[in-house]
Ligand binder design. Structure first.
Ligand SMILES: [Zn+2]
Length: 262
């Protein structure tokens, strides 16, 4: 596909324009939330597959190999229209693959002990990354603007675009306002919170992310272009952003415990 989405959920924490700077931190954060919830068996399997590397350290690998692995570039998102009821997602998945199709594919490779360790390790790396990406609402909600890349905004007066704002500026601003935010996000959720957030299917989670795109990202967007985004937009965007990060971590842990921890 000709369209591109340079940045991913991990870049939520980015201080632009560093594609691999803070972006690593965003994916790390989700991997860290997940890592704390792995059971002993899954943890041991992960360690073995990654040769002792941590989940956090490989969380951005899929973005790093994207330029060389062109066939993987559409795996990082899906375009679900904002204005249709939840339903069949497959017609929105190109032949080259999409995030909703690739996650189960990688999960099944990870489970398959007949595959070479190297292939299973690669599947694990994709899985960690793609579950994160699917929780970035602009990697899922489609409004014919290349995931918000074409929507010019002024974020607190600074020229940017909507995609980049969601990748980077919102949490960057949040961190400036609250130095403890990252620690709070990285803490292990309680049992009931985990159970609540981990509910549902992969497809439910994709539509939920689409809904966040519709109900938060675009619903609160001023009509003027560039769209002036300030405190009002930020305050509405932050809680759902934090929730998406937390959901991604909890759900990734569920997937890994099911695939490796039983
Ligand atoms: Zn990505």
């Amino acid at each position: 596909m000709s369209r591109f989405r340079v940045s991913c959920l991990g870049l939520l924490l980015v201080s632009a324009p560093a594609l691999f700077g803070w972006g690593r931190e965003g994916h790390r954060l989700i991997a860290e939330i997940a890592s704390r919830q792995l059971n002993a068996k899954a943890r041991a399997e992960v360690q073995k597959l990654l040769d002792g590397q941590s989940l956090e350290s490989i969380a951005s690998w899929a973005d790093e190999v994207r330029p060389q692995r062109r066939e993987t570039s559409t795996w990082h998102f899906i375009d679900l229209p904002l204005d249709i009821p939840r339903g069949d997602w497959k017609k929105f998945c190109p032949q080259t693959g999409c995030v909703v199709g690739q996650i189960p594919e990688m999960e099944s490779r990870l489970r398959n002990k007949n595959l070479a360790q190297r292939d299973r390790a690669e599947a694990l790396k994709f899985l960690v990354h793609l579950v994160s990406d699917m929780h970035q609402p602009l990697h899922v909600g489609e409004k014919h603007d290349r995931g918000g890349n074409d929507v010019k905004v002024l974020y607190f007066g600074k020229p940017s675009n909507l995609h980049s704002t969601w990748d980077s500026s919102i949490l960057e601003m949040a961190e400036q306002k609250d130095a403890n935010l990252k620690a709070a996000l990285g803490r292990k959720p309680g049992f009931f919170e985990r159970r609540r957030l981990a509910k549902g299917s992969l497809v439910d989670w994709a539509w939920q992310s689409r809904d966040v795109s519709r109900d938060v990202v675009y619903a609160n967007l001023p009509e003027a272009r560039p769209a002036p985004l300030g405190d009002e937009y930020f305050n509405k965007a932050l809680p759902p952003t934090e929730l998406q990060l937390r959901r991604a971590g909890v759900r990734l842990a569920r997937i890994l415990n099911e695939a490796l921890g039983q």
